[in-house]
Structure formats: structure tokens, C-alpha cells
Design a protein around this ligand. Structure first.
Ligand code: ZN
Length: 409
């Protein structure tokens, strides 16, 4: 049995664990060292570090402190890794804790984080998902059950100092274009709630003041939220610092492409079993700038879809030029309106599109002026027939418990 090199205690604050951190900075000391060829297990908090409860009240999602996220386990140092290498990570397995057989999805208030459809769903809501082996269902969204496509939302290596400086520079430039925007364009460094692993004192304060927030994906990978990065995948990470410094967290039981609700997958605490190897000088050998990966040989099999199209014409009817963001939003809104005809609330449908094994595709980006994006909704996750028919929808879930909502204060 592989050794668990990072353990967590779900009953304790992640701030008490020096093998956990919530910012990216090259000075964060390695939490543990391994050798190429080793396999090992790392335990992870859910991304909020236990801020969300298994109940029918969304006030915790409304009041979540987003300056604390994401709590990552690591960094794991790999002996012999040097800048320019590729770190090869096999995700051998991922699992849940016996005492924590549930996960959550939420959409944040527009005042505190927002989400892809925040203009349509401006207040905080929460869905709880119960795990039953490889399957999950929710008391807040009736009529659906599906197999988990379990994966880490966030995994990557520490940046070098020059890379960190570049991130901070370019993100500040974007921030400065509209500093008052709600929700914000960028999350700038924020020292107060930074957890810098083993660092303390002046070294901690200096690193905390410039440590990059974990929200965006960047050149090192990070918060890519790729649902297909599931157990069985093999990932090739660029290495920027000595010993590489691999960190992981934000485990998801399942997620739809786009993670559209932002707190968007089925978020969970759990463990991940990994193996590491090195390709010396691999960044140059293969022209690697961002990570690449091979998907798992195993994945839940959903072959039948109802596919919703969206084009780059917004809700007000305004024409945009090849804007994939707007096209995908229209595809999502079209799917939500369709699901409402089966008795789902808009919030139930939105949450489902964030959590279920939904595929999102950029279908066309050349047919001016409209980009075309498609949302692929698997029909077999529903307990009833979702296809259009001459007699209209033959099933309704209306009257079920809705997704709990917490009004803004
Ligand atoms: Zn997540």
C-alpha cells in the first residue's frame, strides 16, 4: 500500500496544517520529498477548507470567504527535478473519505464571486450531492443520478519567481482597467488570509504579500477544472523550480465542461494516489508551455446526448463577433429553458449543468459573425425520457424540494 505523505484532519482548520497552502509562491517549502518512480497518497480538504455544510441552507455559500481558497496539499518535492524538465504525474486513483460521503455545488452571490450566469442567478444557492459508491444523486435535484468522473480541479507545480512576477504584473494591468467591477476581474494577492505552508515570520509575510491567488489556471496548470483529468490520466507538467513542487486540491466528484456555476463541480474532500516521473529537459524537447495530458482508459459511458446550440448573439439580441463566451452562455441558457419544461426550477437546471457529465464544445469559430458553441446533455442520467415528442414533456418534477437560496444581506 502506498504511503500517505500528506494527511489532513477534517475537524481542524487547514491553517493548522503546514502541509497545506492557499497561494502560489516559489518560497513555499516542500511539504514532503519523493523520488522519481515513487507512488504516494495525498489527502485534500475540499477547496473551501470546510466552509460549506451538508444542510439545506445556502447562507454558508453566500458568506463564503473566497480570499481563503483554494486549500492545496503540498508542495511535494521530486528529487532531481530542475527547471525545464517535465514532471510526469500518473493519477492512479482518487477517492472519498468514509466519514464524508457527500459533496456540494453552489452558485455564489453576484456580490461575492458570481459565476458564468450570475446576471440570471444573482443570489447564492447550494445543492448537496450524496455519494453511493460510484454514483451520486441530490435531494435538491430530483430525477437524476449519474456516475462520478472524479478528478482534481486544481493541480500544478510551483512557479519560478520571474513567472510569479509576470503573473502579478499582467493580472494587475487587467484589474486596473476596471477596479470597481462586481464581481472582480481579477483576484489580486491578499496577505491577510494567505496560508504559506511551513513559512512563518517575515519570510511568510513577504511571500504572502505577493503570492498568486489560486483561482485562475496559468502556465503551470493550476485551477484548470478539466473534468477529463480523471483517475487514470497521465499529466506532463512543466517544471519551473528545483524539486518541482507539485500541489493538488479542489477534488471534484463530477463536473460539467465549463464548471459554469463557479463553485461549480461537486466539490469534495478526499485523497489522491499519484506516481511521479521526470523527463529531463522535456519542456524544450517537446515545446511544452502549458501542461498536456492523456485521459484515463476508463470513464463513465454516456453515449446519448441532447445537444443545445448557442450563437454569439446575447440575451438583448445584440450581435457579437465570434464570441465563444457568449455563444456558450446561450447554449447553457437554452438548455435551462428546456429543462424548466420538465418542472425543474432554473436553479436546479443551472446546478445540474455545472455538476453532471455535460460536454461543452466550441463547434465553430470561423463563420462570421457567429461563433457556435454546443452543450451536450447526457440523456441517460435522467430517470425519464428527455427527448422532444409530439405530446410535449411527459414527466414533471415540479413540487420537489428546490435548491436552497440565501438572500443577499
Ligand atoms: Zn472545485
Amino acid at each position: 500500500m502506498a504511503e500517505t505523505i500528506i494527511k489532513i484532519d477534517l475537524n481542524k482548520s487547514p491553517y493548522e496544517n503546514e502541509k497545506v497552502h492557499n497561494r502560489w509562491h516559489p518560497d513555499i517549502p516542500m511539504a514532503a520529498m519523493v523520488k522519481p518512480g515513487d507512488d504516494f497518497i495525498v489527502e485534500c480538504h475540499d477547496w473551501t477548507g470546510g466552509q460549506i455544510n451538508n444542510d439545506d441552507n445556502a447562507e454558508d455559500v453566500r458568506d463564503v470567504d473566497l480570499t481563503q481558497v483554494h486549500f492545496l496539499s503540498g508542495p511535494v518535492g521530486v528529487e532531481g527535478a530542475e527547471p525545464g524538465d517535465l514532471l510526469v504525474v500518473d493519477i492512479l486513483d482518487i477517492g472519498t473519505f468514509e466519514e464524508s460521503q457527500w459533496g456540494f455545488n453552489g452558485f455564489f452571490s453576484k456580490q461575492n464571486g458570481g459565476g458564468f450566469l450570475t446576471e440570471h442567478f444573482p443570489e447564492a444557492q447550494k445543492t448537496i450531492w450524496d455519494f453511493n459508491g460510484m454514483f451520486t444523486k441530490s435531494r435538491h435535484i430530483p430525477g437524476v443520478e449519474f456516475a462520478g468522473l472524479i478528478h482534481p480541479g486544481l493541480i500544478g507545480c510551483l512557479p519560478s519567481k520571474s513567472m510569479l512576477d509576470e503573473w502579478n504584473k499582467r493580472e494587475k494591468e487587467l484589474y486596473d482597467t476596471d477596479p470597481d467591477r462586481v464581481p472582480g476581474l481579477v483576484n489580486l494577492p491578499f496577505a491577510d488570509t494567505a496560508h504559506m505552508g511551513k513559512l512563518n515570520g517575515d519570510a511568510r509575510n513577504a511571500a504572502a504579500a505577493e503570492g498568486a491567488r489560486t483561482v485562475p489556471p496559468r502556465e503551470h496548470g493550476g485551477n484548470c477544472d478539466i473534468k477529463d483529468l480523471s483517475r487514470g490520466s497521465q499529466i506532463y507538467f512543466p517544471v519551473y523550480v528545483k524539486d518541482a513542487g507539485l500541489s493538488v486540491g479542489d477534488l471534484h466528484f463530477s463536473q460539467g465542461d465549463g464548471e459554469i456555476t463557479f463553485c461549480g463541480a461537486i466539490e469534495m474532500a478526499g485523497w489522491i494516489h499519484m506516481r511521479v516521473n521526470l523527463i529531463k529537459g522535456g519542456m524544450e524537447k517537446y515545446a511544452i508551455k502549458n501542461p498536456i495530458f492523456k485521459p484515463s482508459p476508463m470513464a463513465p459511458k454516456y453515449d446519448d446526448y441532447l445537444i443545445f446550440e448557442g450563437i454569439s448573439v446575447d440575451e438583448e439580441g445584440k450581435q457579437h463577433y465570434l464570441d465563444v463566451h457568449i455563444a456558450y452562455r446561450q447554449a447553457c441558457l437554452n438548455a435551462i429553458e428546456y429543462l424548466k419544461k420538465f418542472g425543474y426550477s432554473g436553479a436546479q437546471a443551472y446546478s445540474l449543468l455545472g455538476c453532471a457529465p455535460v460536454q461543452g464544445h466550441i463547434s465553430g469559430v470561423v463563420d462570421v459573425p457567429n461563433a457556435c458553441a454546443t452543450l451536450w446533455l447526457p440523456t441517460d442520467i435522467f430517470e425519464f425520457d428527455l427527448k422532444p415528442g409530439v405530446d410535449g414533456p411527459q414527466h414533471s418534477v415540479a413540487g420537489s424540494m428546490d435548491v436552497p437560496l440565501a438572500k443577499d444581506k
